[in-house]
Design a binder for this molecule. Structure first.
Ligand code: FES
Length: 110
């Protein structure tokens, strides 16, 4: 897994949803309830930009068709039968890092 610093955002504890880059990947970075989460930017349903969504009860809600995804697990809401990619996050001295696994890392279970 390779870690990427997200220089444009610091962890202040304030809620936010923002589109950022981690390496060459577009990520949806979320500050919610005192935690930082990183998800795929595109909604698994039809590809809408999740950074334009909102967070409710631990889920990110896509603004297009209102599908919900758990911020910790990526599991879609009841009846959706889909998942949102979730990335590892580290916060060190209020600086945010997102961990991206390569295809080979995932193949080896890393
Ligand atoms: S594109 Fe996100 S719910 Fe349809």
């Amino acid at each position: 897994m390779k870690w990427y610093k997200i220089p444009e955002i610091r962890n202040t504890g304030e809620p936010f949803i923002k589109k950022v880059k981690a390496g060459n990947k577009n990520i949806c970075l979320v500050g919610y309830d005192g935690e930082i989460y990183a998800t795929a930017l595109s909604c698994p349903h039809a590809g809408f930009d999740l950074s334009e969504g909102l967070c409710v009860k631990g889920n990110i809600i896509c603004p297009y068709h209102r599908y919900a995804y758990n911020l910790k697990t990526g599991k879609g809401g009841e009846g959706q039968n889909d998942f949102l990619q979730i990335y590892a996050v580290e916060v060190k001295d209020d600086e945010i890092y997102v961990g991206i696994s390569s295809f080979w890392d995932r193949l080896r279970g890393k």
